[in-house]
Design a protein around this ligand. Structure first.
Ligand SMILES: [Mn+2]
Length: 365
């Protein structure tokens, strides 16, 4: 029995809101969902499992019709879905009242229900969220009968406020596979009999790395079946960390060029999380606003420190305010001791201010 397992598609979400490329990112989510249905047309799995958060929020009737349209285009695949915390069921909502295509089963109840497919000797168990949060570990006690069928648990959660789970328990639960959603980073275990496909396409800047779905197969053996799983990445724009080490020679213009080359190499349509490290010329600070125009920079972090010669400064300011100032932060004269980033930043701001106001003739600040 072949299946495809996806989750956290978040249709209707607009990632990177406020950035000029945000609109394109919401289209990415639509493309990823279409790619998933095309994968089903090509691979012809018996089952498509969608483990919650198909929609980013309460779907409109139009969004439901769009999703259903793709599902009805894969009539030879049984589709089973549940609602997650984002698209949790509200009384009287379009989602609650929607009638899905004949090949789609929506496990909409708040308690475990099942749908059986005798053709593929498979039973899918699951329930839907009816609230934004569920703090009880509702999956921990569930077990599957030994009746010759494959039993699949479709589940959504895995953190403290969304059905905490104990991954170690899944292998002994009797379920052939627990198809999870909610955690947006892919993670799966054949021996542990569970998988998180992660979000189908990344929905925010924390979601670096590859995104896609899980493709699996269950074959009969004496027990719950032999499980194989494979992660299939979907081509998509992604969030890429970009760490730059600056030197005393780095200026805003040369840094702009470095960032530009990096983004060209990894794809100008991707989003970059820029972090600057190293020691910059003390007179110079980096102009975030200007540097952001080098490309799609979703986050910008400047951890650089000015490259003062602390030993020489301490020597020449032994008897003035600057020497006292340095000594109050660095009793041993070592900058490495300033490990707290806020304190470090404050120290350099202060030092810079003192030095720029220091009158070399009078020796006073
Ligand atoms: Mn979720």
């Amino acid at each position: 029995m072949k299946f495809i397992h996806a989750a956290d598609i978040h249709l209707g979400c607009q990632p990177d809101r406020g950035f000029p490329w945000s609109k394109e990112r919401s289209l990415d989510l639509l493309s990823a969902f279409r790619s998933l249905s095309e994968a089903c047309q090509e691979e012809k799995p018996e089952l498509l499992l969608i483990a919650g958060d198909l929609f980013h929020r309460q779907p409109s009737l139009a969004e439901l019709k769009e999703a259903n349209g793709l599902f009805s285009g894969i009539p030879d695949t049984f589709v089973v879905l549940i609602a997650g915390n984002h698209d949790c069921l509200r009384p009287g909502s379009a989602l609650e009242e929607f009638s899905w295509a004949p090949n789609v089963s929506f496990l909409s109840g708040r308690e475990v229900e099942t749908v059986s497919f005798s053709e593929i000797k498979t039973v899918v168990h699951g329930f839907s969220y009816h609230a934004r949060e569920i703090k009880e570990p509702l999956y921990d006690g569930l077990t599957a009968p030994k009746d010759g069928n494959f039993h699949i648990l479709l589940a959504h959660g895995g953190d403290g406020t969304h059905i905490p789970i104990d991954k170690k328990k899944f292998a002994a639960s009797g379920f052939s596979y627990t198809a999870l959603g909610h955690i947006h980073k892919p993670e799966f275990s054949e021996t542990g009999r569970y998988g998180f496909p992660g979000s189908l396409s990344p929905v925010d800047l924390t979601e670096t790395g590859a995104h896609g779905y899980l493709q699996g197969e269950l074959t009969q053996d004496d027990g719950a079946g032999t499980l194989t799983l494979r992660f299939v990445p979907l081509p998509s724009r992604s969030y890429i960390p970009c760490q730059v080490k600056v030197t005393e020679k780095t200026t805003n213009q040369t840094l702009f060029q470095t960032l530009g080359r990096f983004m060209e190499q990894y794809g100008a349509s991707n989003m970059y999380k820029v972090t600057l490290n190293g020691r910059r010329a003390p007179e110079l600070s980096f102009n975030e606003e200007y540097l952001r125009t080098a490309g799609r920079i979703i986050s910008f972090r400047d951890n650089t420190v000015p490259s003062y010669n602390m030993e020489a400064l301490l020597k020449s300011h032994r008897n003035d305010l600057i020497g006292d100032y340095i000594a109050s932060f660095l009793p041993d004269g070592r900058e490495e001791d300033l490990t707290d980033p806020v304190r470090r930043q404050a120290f350099y701001y202060g030092l810079n201010a003192l030095l720029s106001n220091f009158d070399t003739n009078t020796g006073e600040s």
